[in-house]
Design a protein around this ligand. Structure first.
Ligand SMILES: Nc1nc2c(ncn2[C@@H]2O[C@H](COP(=O)(O)OP(=O)(O)O)[C@@H](O)[C@H]2O)c(=O)[nH]1
Ligand SMILES: [Mg+2]
Length: 314
């Protein structure tokens, strides 16, 4: 069993030495532990520092592509390097290296394909009150959408098996945390969570402000959900529009019955408009559903191709 610890990094020369030092190199049940640092076009000495402090593998981009790209490239490289298990952690030292064995335990016990480290987002002392509430609310939404029971859905401390890594395809540009979790849930992977100790760190570089955080996470959740459950999304939307149209239409019919249609023409027009829009939205739902079934086939194809590539490498 080979473990590769993946660390996506952007200008992390200051924190990498400590983060790398803290990674345990001998873990019971694991034969080899290696470290792969993804240097996302850093302008400092991230790659050199990583190499000097024991990272066996470096993937370096010549320009910054963003965390989701870095994560996917890192996962791909880990698979090619023969990883049976991948642990992702942050370069800033928020997730202590000594928690890696515990994070791995559900996978080593054969109970999970993916494990998410739980910082206890409701209680983390170094998060502000608003950030804690938002984390709780956001995580609740993601649990509903993904059908998993992970308490801390934005945690970057994760372990996954090769099988899970082969199944996950990140398409959003911004962060992989929510998308990978929703995909894992929708693809019926066994997702477990493990309480871990988290350290206070410097302010996040991924989000400038809380508002930006909410906006981007909300958009990600909506898009990924619509990608996997398009029929539900569009039927809900279409039905709401149709219902509005029907109610207004009935109201108009009632006035017409009483012979008082003067002054009610506006609502009749609105009713027709809503009915048309609602009907069209339902049609979109059918279209989106057809496209989604193609996506499933494509994802399955991608999975088989990737698996074949790994097998061919021996
Ligand atoms: N590849 C890549 N990594 C990034 C980027 N921004 C942040 N990171 C890395 O992602 C991890 C988390 O970043 P951090 O600033 O701690 O955000 P937090 O997770 O919200 O605390 C760290 O290892 C960063 O080096 C980016 O644009 N590209
Ligand atoms: Mg951080």
């Amino acid at each position: 069993m080979k473990l590769i610890v993946l660390i996506p990094s952007l200008n992390e020369e200051a924190s990498l030495p400590e983060t790398l030092r803290a990674i345990p190199r001998a873990i019971p049940g694991v034969d080899a532990v290696e470290v792969l640092v993804v240097d996302d076009g850093s302008t400092d000495r991230t790659a050199e520092v990583a190499r000097a402090h024991g990272a066996e593998h470096i993937v370096r981009f010549t320009r910054t592509k963003g965390l989701a790209h870095g994560f996917m490239a890192g996962v791909d490289a880990c698979l090619r390097l023969g990883a049976d298990v991948i642990v992702n952690t942050d370069a800033d030292g928020q997730y202590p290296g000594h928690e890696i064995p515990r994070l791995l335990s559900p996978i080593l016990a054969g109970r999970a394909d993916m494990v998410v480290g739980d910082r206890g987002v409701g209680e983390v002392a170094h998060f502000s009150w608003t950030k804690r509430r938002l984390q709780i609310l956001g995580s609740w939404v993601v649990r509903r959408v993904s059908g998993t029971s992970v308490p801390d859905t934005t945690s970057g401390f994760r372990a996954m098996t090769r099988e899970a890594a082969l199944r996950i395809n990140i398409v959003s540009e911004f962060s992989y945390t929510l998308e990978s979790l929703i995909q894992a849930g929708k693809k019926r992977l066994a997702v477990a969570h493990m309480p871990i100790e988290a350290r206070p760190t410097r302010p996040s570089r991924l989000f400038g402000s809380t508002w930006e955080y909410v906006k981007r996470s909300g958009a990600t959740i909506l898009r990924i959900y619509a990608m996997y459950e398009p029929f539900k999304v569009f039927v809900l939307l279409g039905s709401a529009l149709l219902a509005g149209g029907v109610v207004l239409g009935l109201r108009y019919a009632y006035f017409w019955w009483l012979g008082e249609i003067r002054g009610h023409l506006q609502s009749a027009i609105l009713s027709v408009l809503l009915l048309i829009l609602g009907f069209q939205t339902l049609q979109w739902g059918i279209m989106a559903d057809l496209i989604a079934s193609n996506r499933k086939l494509l994802e399955d194809l991608l999975y088989r191709v990737r698996k074949r590539e790994l097998e061919d490498r021996g």
